[in-house]
Design a binder for this molecule. Structure first.
Ligand code: ADP
Ligand code: MG
Length: 242
């Protein structure tokens, strides 16, 4: 069974229908990159996957759990989904290490010792071993985002959602964050990445999904989507961004 199944997903805000019937399946270990113009509903789509938004219509099934089923323990499903946003949302009053250990100790009841060991391993993975005791405000944007990724990974998620994780960063910070994401992908993480980094999508994505006007307009392997776009809408978008 696919890790993520989305069927006929609709979402409206008042009269504004933002998602107009999306269908998507993401398999275990698959990396899907979502591209598309601003306002096309990409963030809304990601938020529907972990119940931060409730769909107006349609179905979302994560690791076999139907989010619309009242019997589903949504907190348990959320523990399986790590989310990284454009703005890092670190807790400013907590050290880097405390940011990473908070959820595992509070929500998963891991011991402090166990959580700290995991946190230090993750900091090594994201190249920030020396920042465990630093406060967020002393970090660069790229370092903050790598801490945010480590914090999400500390919950041992089965799926990682990224919403434009490098869009708020200075250009020289982008590479380090993308490198961490590449490593995650190579390690077999199932990932959905909304991004404007077309180079990353070309290199890392198993599949690229082009969204516009609340619908998936085109989807395929990176080489097909980027080299042979079918729809005028995608051709136009690629001309503007590449
Ligand atoms: P994208 O991430 O592709 O830029 P979004 O999902 O953020 O697109 O937004 C799609 C549309 O939904 C936009 O028109 C936006 O104004 C609207 N929208 C998003 N979130 C809300 C909200 N919480 N309330 C009302 N409208 C929203
Ligand atoms: Mg967005």
């Amino acid at each position: 069974m696919a890790k993520v199944i989305v069927k006929d997903l609709h979402k409206s805000y008042g009269d504004n229908e933002v998602l107009k019937g999306l269908n998507l399946e993401v398999q275990d270990n698959e990396v899907v990159c979502m591209i598309g113009p601003s306002g096309s509903g990409k963030s809304t789509f990601l938020r529907c996957l972990n119940d931060l938004e409730v769909p107006t219509q349609g179905q979302v099934v994560i690791s076999g759990y139907d989010l619309s089923d009242k019997e589903t323990n949504i907190n348990l499903v959320r523990e399986n989904i790590g989310m990284v946003f454009q703005h890092f949302n670190l807790f400013p009053h907590l050290s880097v290490l405390q940011n990473i250990t908070l959820a595992p100790t509070q929500l998963k009841k891991e011991s402090q010792q166990e959580a700290e060991k995991t946190a230090r391993d993750l900091l090594a993975t994201v190249g920030l071993s020396d920042k465990a005791d630093a406060m967020p405000k002393s970090l660069s944007g790229g370092q903050k985002q790598r801490v945010a990724i480590a914090r999400a990974l500390a919950m041992h998620p089965k799926i990682m959602l990224f919403d434009e994780p490098t869009s708020a960063l200075d250009p020289e910070m982008v590479g380090d964050v993308l490198d961490v994401m590449k490593k995650l992908a190579a390690d077999g993480m199932t990932m959905i990445v909304v991004t404007h980094e077309m180079g990353f999508a070309k290199e890392v994505a198993d599949r690229v999904v082009f969204m516009a006007d609340g619908l998936i307009q085109e989807t395929g392997k990176p080489e097909d989507v980027f080299e042979h776009p079918q729809s005028p809408r995608l051709q136009d978008f690629l001309q503007k961004v590449i």
